[in-house]
Structures are given as C-alpha cells and as structure tokens.
Ligand binder design. Structure first.
Ligand SMILES: [Zn+2]
Length: 379
C-alpha cells in the first residue's frame, strides 16, 4: 500500500519520495494496535488504517464473501442473517465495495484496447413499486460479453390506469426525475463511453468494417447515434455501423443481440431484485445501482467465461476475452477488498453517471430524504 499525505496543499500529496513521514505513537481500537504517522512537511497525521478498506468501520465482515453473495442471487436480508448482523451493516459495506468497484472498473478500463464489436440494450425492472419501471442500460462486448458500462433511466408506467390509480400516482411524484434520467440520457452516457472505447481500437483487417454496433429497434437509440458527432465521423470514414435487430427474434447464440440477451439472463439469475416474479424489490435507486455494480464487476472478472466449456480452461473470464491481462485483472480485483480509493483521484476519470453514483445523487421515487454519504467518501 502506498501512503501519501492527505493535505492537498502539501508537496507530499502526490507521489512522495524518500522518508517523508515519521512514526507518531499509536492508538488502540477493539481490533488491536494501530500505528500513527505524521507528515514531515506539514505535520498532517494519518494511520495504518487510513489507506485500508477497513477505514472508519467498526465491524470486520468478510467483504469478499459478501460481494460473492450479492452477485449470486441472495437477498439483503439473507446476507444479514447469514453474517449475524443487521441489514444496515450489510448495506453500508455494499456501498463501500461499490465505490471501490467503480474505481477498479475505471482503472481496468484505462488499460483496455477495444478489439470486438459492441451491443447495447436496456434491462427493464422497477424500483420502489411497479409504478416506477426503469431501465438498466448496458454496453456489452459482442465476443467477450464483458460489461463495459451501464447507466440507469426511469420510465413512465405503461398500460392504462383507473381514475383511482391516476389520482394515487399524481401524489407520488416526490423524487421522480423523468427529465435527467430518460432513456435518451442514459443511452447518451453509453455512447460517450463507446466513443472513448472506439478511440482505443485498431484495424486488423482493412477490408472489414472496424466496429458494428447492435441494438434493438428503439427509436431513442437511433436518434442518439444520429446526433453523436464523433460517431457520425466514424461512419463517414466507414469505420462504424449501427445495426438494428427486432427484439422478438429468437434469442439464440446467432442473434446479434446475443450479448445483451445473455447479460439479461445472467442478471435475472444473479441479482435477487431482477428475478422474474420475485417478492424482493429494490427500495432505493442508489442501493440498487450499487448491487448492479457489484454484479457487473463480479461478472467481468470472476465468472467463468463459459461454464460448460472445458476447453477454454477454468481461469478464463469475460475480462480476459475483452483483452485485459489476467494478472492485472486479479490484482485489481483484490484491491477492492484491501484498499481505500479516494474520490479526488477519480473525479476527472469517472463518467458523469459514475460520479452521480459515487456521490449518491440519483433520486428514489417517493423518497424526499437526502442520500447519506459519509464525509470520508468525499476526500
Ligand atoms: Zn503533508
């Protein structure tokens, strides 16, 4: 672990050299002795735990196990019961893991050179109640089924309502943001991510089109692609093509929407709140996105690429097929549960949506209370 001074005005704030800090006593907590240090330059103090995952936590839960449990279809209540702690304790550790997942996903993405086609779609679910259907917009690799990124949008309720239902629905407009979280906005966020990925791509075969992008026939998708200047430039150079497939086509492996259909299947299987006809439901949007985030990183880096394929070997993951180095992937995955990541290091590297997720600025319908974010998460 690399220590550094947390004083932003101090020269030891970034890549300090030599012996820049001194030992300065220790303190005890219920887990034992913790060494304190102080910066030679400005005197700012810190301790062994300042840079570790367990910073500011009074419980020592098995975060690796919890990440796994969330990503293989367990409810919050079951995980709490299994760990003999309260639901809130589980939620707060999931928030912490999710922030680290955002950081690690970002670091992995920066090491990635795109080498496959892409597909995008929305996974429909609901938050709070069935009055609020929503879409988890996903961008997936055609060959690797690596989940490059996701965003979230709130949709209007479909179907007819009785007068009583309409009156009730009108009352429930607190925390409902149909303007900032539309399908168009969500898809724009994925398009920006796609453009940054396209910039890393190289031609291997000059006769082939560089990237084919597949979606279903939703109008919003075509409109966003039409309006994206950079994408239009790629299209002029004959390096990009947007194909649409009817979503009612048979969901086979030959379907061009296979990667997104596959992701939907995985999410419906692995996230308790996504299961069809489940009795579990997400009560809070930020929390739901945190769980989706855990699922995404677990899917990319931990799940076997094809579970029944003995040839591909047991260590091949979706991330490896997307072109990420296995050692780098594993090293970064382990960092999720050992390190503390700082917002200031990622502020400029995150997308707008990732920033909103970290800062918990995505409102939940019917909920007027402000999302709690501990001060240490803002550093
Ligand atoms: Zn200092």
């Amino acid at each position: 672990m690399n220590y550094r001074c947390l004083n932003k005005r101090c020269k030891n704030n970034e890549n300090p050299e030599g012996s820049w800090y001194i030992k300065k006593g220790y303190y005890r907590n219920k887990f034992g002795k913790v060494q304190r240090f102080s910066c030679k330059e400005c005197g700012k103090g810190f301790s062994e735990s300042t840079f570790s995952f367990n910073y500011y936590s009074h419980l020592r839960l098995d975060a690796v196990e919890i990440m796994k449990m969330v990503s293989v279809g367990n409810s919050m209540r079951f995980i709490a019961l299994h760990n003999k702690v309260s639901c809130n304790a589980i939620l707060s550790i999931i928030k912490k893991i999710s922030r680290n997942c955002l950081a690690v996903h970002c670091e992995l993405q920066e090491n990635l050179h795109l080498r496959e086609d892409l597909a995008a779609d929305g996974l429909e679910n609901f938050v709070k109640s069935k009055y609020y259907p929503c879409d988890y917009n996903i961008l997936v690799g055609q060959e690797s089924q690596y989940l490059y990124g996701f965003s979230w949008s709130l949709m209007r309720r479909k179907g007819t309502m009785t007068d009583a239902q309409k009156a009730r629905f009108k009352k429930l407009q607190i925390g409902v943001d149909y303007k900032n979280f539309t399908i168009t906005r969500g898809f724009q966020s994925l398009t920006r991510l796609m453009i940054s990925l396209l910039n890393t791509k190289q031609h291997f075969d000059e006769n082939k089109i560089l990237t084919v992008f597949d979606t279903d026939e939703k109008k919003q998708y075509a409109n966003v692609i039409k309006q994206a200047r950079k994408i239009q430039e790629y299209m002029k150079k004959n390096e990009f093509r947007h194909d649409v497939t009817n979503s009612k086509e048979p969901r086979t492996a030959k379907n061009r929407l296979f990667p997104v259909n596959y992701m939907e299947r995985e999410a419906r299987k692995d996230l308790k709140e996504m299961v069809r006809k489940t009795t579990c439901g997400a009560k809070n949007v930020c929390m739901s996105l945190d769980r989706f985030n855990l699922f995404a990183v677990y899917h990319n880096t931990q799940k076997k690429f094809r579970i029944n394929d003995s040839v591909s070997g047991s260590w091949l993951r979706h991330a490896h097929f997307a072109g990420l180095d296995p050692v780098l992937t594993m090293r970064n995955y382990k960092r999720i549960f050992s390190e503390r990541f700082f917002f200031s290091d990622f502020e400029k590297r995150f997308s707008d949506f990732q920033k909103k997720m970290w800062l918990r600025r995505i409102p939940t319908p019917q909920d007027c209370s402000k999302e709690y974010l501990p001060k240490y998460a803002l550093l």
